[in-house]
Design a protein around this ligand. Structure first.
Ligand code: IPE
Ligand code: IPE
Ligand code: MG
Length: 230
């Protein structure tokens, strides 16, 4: 079966999952950790090169303060609890997004986790926190403009390949499979540049219910696609 090299997942539906049980939305976010563990485990076992998970978007900052605070403390706990095991499994972890908006102690914890796992040769795992596809492109453009203004780079030398090197995922191959759970068929400002030719897979399953069998369905669907690039 043809497997993707790089999977992107919009992990959506936590709030609705909790609502259906009469629980607060945050219970859904908590329940969303197990499928995160599952996809990392499965992708590593299948020797998939890279996985990028959408955990918190630029727009999610507009949610009620209490929900944002809970999500941030869940990220902190997850880093505390999971990083040693990720490291033992040779996963290379990176957080992508506007980390200046995160609490300083979370930034510190992220930097430590990235440093610890930087030399690993297993699954390349990106978790997008405070990330927006438009923000990513604008930041890349700013860096290139600064390099051009300082004379370090000639504007005429900027092409797609050079531009892509400035994006958060610079060194990684483009995503070939994009999965969104939760029933909505939209990108919601996730990886705008990198999913240019990704195969899109949408499922109604809510993220806390996403399991290995559901992932397998997405992989089988991908394997059946005829990939064309123009
Ligand atoms: C996804 O679940 C998690 C985040 C966006 C942080 P939601 O919180 O969006 O849950 P729904 O989509 O409202 O059910
Ligand atoms: C997308 O889900 C962001 C994440 C899953 C982190 P949202 O729930 O924020 O997206 P919209 O609002 O339905 O587009
Ligand atoms: Mg949602």
């Amino acid at each position: 079966m043809a497997l993707p090299h790089h999977i992107a997942i919009v992990m959506d539906g936590n709030g609705r999952w909790a609502g259906a049980r009469g629980e607060p939305r945050t219970a859904g976010h908590r329940a969303g950790l197990e499928p995160v563990r599952m996809v990392i485990r499965e992708c590593a076992a299948l020797r998939i090169d890279a996985l990028t998970l959408f955990a918190f978007s630029s727009e999610n900052w507009r949610r009620p303060e209490a929900e944002v605070a809970t999500l941030m403390s869940l990220f902190m706990d997850a880093l505390d609890r999971e990083v040693a095991e990720l490291h033992a499994n040779r996963v290379r972890l990176r957080i992508i997004g506007n980390r200046q908006r995160l609490a300083v102690r979370l930034q510190t914890r992220i930097a430590e986790a990235e440093a610890l796992t930087a030399a690993n040769d297993g699954l390349r795992l990106q978790v997008a926190v405070s990330y927006g596809g438009r923000w990513d492109v604008v930041e890349a453009a700013k860096r290139l403009a600064a390099a051009a203004a300082s004379g370090a780079l000639r504007a005429g030398d900027i092409d797609e390949e050079r531009f892509a090197r400035e994006l958060q995922l610079h060194a990684l191959p483009d995503h070939d499979l994009f999965i969104r759970t939760g029933g909505d068929h939209r990108v919601s400002n996730f990886l705008l540049w990198n999913i240019a030719y990704a195969e899109l897979f949408f499922t109604d399953v809510l993220w806390p219910d996403f399991n290995a069998a559901e992932l397998q369905l997405a992989l089988e669907d991908f394997a059946g696609r005829e990939r064309r690039f123009g």
